[in-house]
Design a protein around this ligand. Structure first.
Ligand code: PLP
Length: 404
């Protein structure tokens, strides 16, 4: 029998880039008694979380909340706006961009995937998984598409498999400069709530998010933020859809309800997160993540290990990818650290499996939790025989003890 209640003493260190640690205050809110999702009290909760998510997405347009993971939000974005056989332009920045392409292909869309074409001296085969989107490639491809066959440009804001972000306004500009009508779809699944995201300001048509990352909730909620153009497109889009269909949700949401049974208790948690973000201020939340990320990078640099992201202008505030030396299996180090120190790190996904691990710095955390994480990683690296240039923990302490 699986012992689900097994826990060593003390808190588990959940340092994967989502699901992220959930604040106690949010867990307590989730534990409130479940109410009638068609009853009078529920409408207030429903409206509050929809309005609150518009603030977090920075949009005045509808936000759809599904009882789903991020993959559901991906599918919802595509099936609501496109028709079978439509052409979609994607950009491979890592494993999640790859998976979104796979999903689109399975839905019957014709995808074309761009990727970074430059070189990387340090890690030649990972060149494209170390950098953000090069918006000029999107521009050039759209200019060639004179018949406007491409119906959507799909990009990932924070590539969770690599620790690299992409410049979404640059992608918007590339589409506008090419005078192309394609919809802009942005996966901000691991960025929303941790990194600045401006749905209306950046001119995004459909954005996807999920509860278990920057929103500091357990997995189980998926989001679509829409634009007027996306809603217009949904009126003629022919992809089959029922559960994911926006129209019924938008209609029912006006009164604070959903057409299907809502994740009531997760919505209690979401309501609490909305209050927490409002009290702290979104800019302070983003600055906190930038600071944590810089402290973690100072440690990785002191160890003398390469950070997977090769372009400092697009370092992720959410996670840091750490490349292990040739011949050292990153997954063995991860397993050892989990076993010895009860610390979970993110595994290398797809083509970086065994070559890197990911340190998440999102969710309910603070300087000392991150220093303990760095200590666990440093001990694990040493126990695995990895030669370190210096102490990452010391570098982290120096970073976190300086300034505010
Ligand atoms: N997109 C990104 C950037 C992600 O990080 C993830 C999950 O980690 C997904 C999509 C898929 O979301 P889920 O696993 O919640 O279905």
């Amino acid at each position: 029998m699986i012992k689900l209640n097994f826990h060593p003493t003390g808190r588990h260190f959940l340092q994967i880039p989502g699901p992220s640690p959930v604040p106690d205050r949010v867990l307590r809110a989730i534990s409130l008694p479940t109410i009638d999702h068609r009853g009078p009290e529920f409408a207030g909760l429903g409206r509050k979380v929809i309005d609150g998510m518009q603030v977090i997405f920075k949009t005045k347009q509808p936000v759809i909340i599904y009882p789903a993971s991020g993959t559901g939000a991906w599918e919802a974005a595509l099936v609501n706006t496109l028709s079978p056989g439509d052409h979609v332009l994607m950009y491979e920045t890592g494993h999640f961009a790859f998976l979104w392409n796979k999903l689109a292909t399975r839905l019957g869309l014709k995808t074309e995937v761009l990727s970074f074409q430059g070189h990387d001296d340090q890690l030649p085969d990972l060149a494209g998984w170390r950098r953000g989107i090069q918006a000029n490639q999107i521009h050039d491809r759209l200019v060639q598409d004179r018949e406007h066959r491409i119906k959507a440009v799909c990009v990932v804001h924070n590539e969770t498999s690599t620790g690299v972000t992409s410049d979404i306004p640059a992608v918007r500009k590339a589409i506008d400069d090419a005078k192309h009508p394609a919809l802009l779809m942005v996966d901000t699944i691991s960025a929303l709530g941790s990194a600045d995201y401006r749905h209306d300001g950046w001119g995004v048509d459909v954005a996807m998010a999920a509860s278990q990352k920057g929103l500091m909730l357990p997995p189980g909620l998926g989001f679509n933020a829409l634009s007027a153009r996306a809603i217009e497109a949904s009126k003629t889009a022919k992809m089959p859809r029922a559960f994911w269909a926006w129209d019924e949700v938008i209609e029912m949401n006006k009164g604070g309800y959903w057409p299907t049974t809502s994740s009531t208790n997760l919505l209690y948690g979401l309501s609490e997160v909305i209050d927490m973000f409002a009290a702290e201020g979104l800019d302070a939340v983003f600055a906190r993540h930038q600071r944590w990320a810089a402290g973690v990078r100072a440690a990785v640099t002191a160890w003398g290990l390469p950070i997977q992201c090769a372009d400092p202008s697009v370092y992720s505030p959410i996670l840091t990818g750490v490349i292990t030396p040739v011949g050292v299996d990153a997954d063995e180090i991860r397993k050892l650290i989990q076993h010895r120190f009860d610390l979970s790190l993110g595994t290398g996904l797809g083509k970086v499996k065994g070559r890197m691990f990911r340190i998440g710095h999102l969710g309910d955390s603070n300087d000392l939790a991150l220093l303990a994480t760095l200590a666990g990683v440093e001990m694990g690296l040493k126990l695995s025989g990895v030669k370190l240039a210096g102490s990452g923990v010391q570098a982290g302490m120096d970073y976190f003890s300086n300034g505010s």
